[in-house]
Structure formats: structure tokens, C-alpha cells
Design a protein around this ligand. Sequence first.
Ligand SMILES: Cc1cc2nc3c(=O)[nH]c(=O)nc-3n(C[C@H](O)[C@H](O)[C@H](O)COP(=O)(O)O)c2cc1C
Length: 202
Amino acid sequence: MTLDVSSAILQRRATKHFDAAHIMPEKDLETILGLARRMPTAFNIQNWRFVALKDPELRKQVRAVSWDQAQVTDASALIVLCADIKAWEKSPERYWENAPDAVREYMVGAIDQYYRGREQVQRDEGMRSCGMAAAAIMLVAESMGYGTCPMDGFDFDAVGKLINLPEDHEIVMFVAIGKAASAPKPSGAALPVSEIMIENRF
Ligand SMILES: Cc1cc2nc3c(=O)[nH]c(=O)nc-3n(C[C@H](O)[C@H](O)[C@H](O)COP(=O)(O)O)c2cc1C
């Protein structure tokens, strides 16, 4: 099953109950993450890292520091989206490998100039990149017939310890993916466009 983008957006809901017996084929996860990595990042620094928690014991430990939320253990896949805060300085020429030499050299210089010494910008960039990747993961998964749940209801420090989060990375959020086991409750409410769209200035 595949869905067009509008249908995937309209159909997607935060899945609270997953079929714990369902096993996701590895190729489905590869398809989902393979498409998520085509989302844009500033300067193409691809500063996201997708940690797939496959060890059931680790999932149990993560659930214990995630308000005991069942999605953590029952989803077929649990992705911890992390930002590599220092991706900008890790061999940045590879982000522009396919570009002409002059373009690549220019971009490498521009990346350094933009990020060096700007800790808040480096961190914010990771949040932007992972936020967009999370949206792509959810919509691609939806179009493939999966339910998803975006999550930040967990102890970030405790999860960081459990996954050996490197010093220069930050956890952004989880996305749980699997077969929905119950129909979603009625949607909260979507604010009207007239309220969320501001013309020119606040
Ligand atoms: C960043 C983020 C964190 C969230 N954390 C949780 C969570 O920890 N547990 C949960 O059940 N839902 C979580 N949600 C789901 C939201 O409650 C849900 O998306 C929102 O109420 C809108 O409902 P809908 O997604 O079904 O349209 C989270 C959503 C986002 C975007």
C-alpha cells in the first residue's frame, strides 16, 4: 500500500497501542530511513543519527525511563533520533563529494565559518534536521501501512546512558513504528489556518 502525501498527513495519528507480536521486515525499516535521509539539512551536513533499538531487553530498560509507555516495547521499531552536534566539522568535504572541486571547497569553508564557536546554532540545527526527519519517517511509514508515535515523554539523560550517547550528540525524540492495535481516539483539534498564519508581521 502506498499513499499520496496529503492522504498520509491526514491519516497519520499518534498510535498509542501497537501489536507487540508484529515483526517488521528489515527492508521496510531500510526503506523508511532511506527516504528520511533525503530530507534537507542546512549545508547538507546530515547531522542526524537514527538509533534503532532492536534489543528487547534494552527496550524494556528504555520503557522504564519513559513513563512506562507501552509503545516503547510494543512497536515493531523504535528509532531514537539523535543530533550529531559536531557533524559540521567531521570531514565536511564528504557532504559535497559529488560537487565540482570549487563548489566543495567553498561549501567546506562556509560550513566552518557558519558553525564554529556557535554552540546554540549547532544544537538548534540538530533539532531542525531531526524534526524534519521525524516527519518523513512518520509519513513514509504511514504510506506503507504502519502506525507511528512521535515521543519525547522520557528521561533524556537516562536514555542517553542506556544507548551510550556520545558526548557531542543530543537525543531529539523517538519515533515508534509498528502495526496499530487499536483505532485512534477522536483527534484533539487543529487550529484554523487563520489563527496560525500571520501575514507579514505579528
Ligand atoms: C515532539 C512530540 C512528542 C510527543 N510525545 C509523546 C509521548 O511521549 N507519548 C505519546 O503517547 N504521545 C506523544 N506525542 C503525540 C502527541 O500527543 C500527538 O501527536 C498530538 O496530541 C496530536 O495527535 P495526533 O498525532 O494523533 O494527530 C508526541 C508528539 C510530538 C510531536
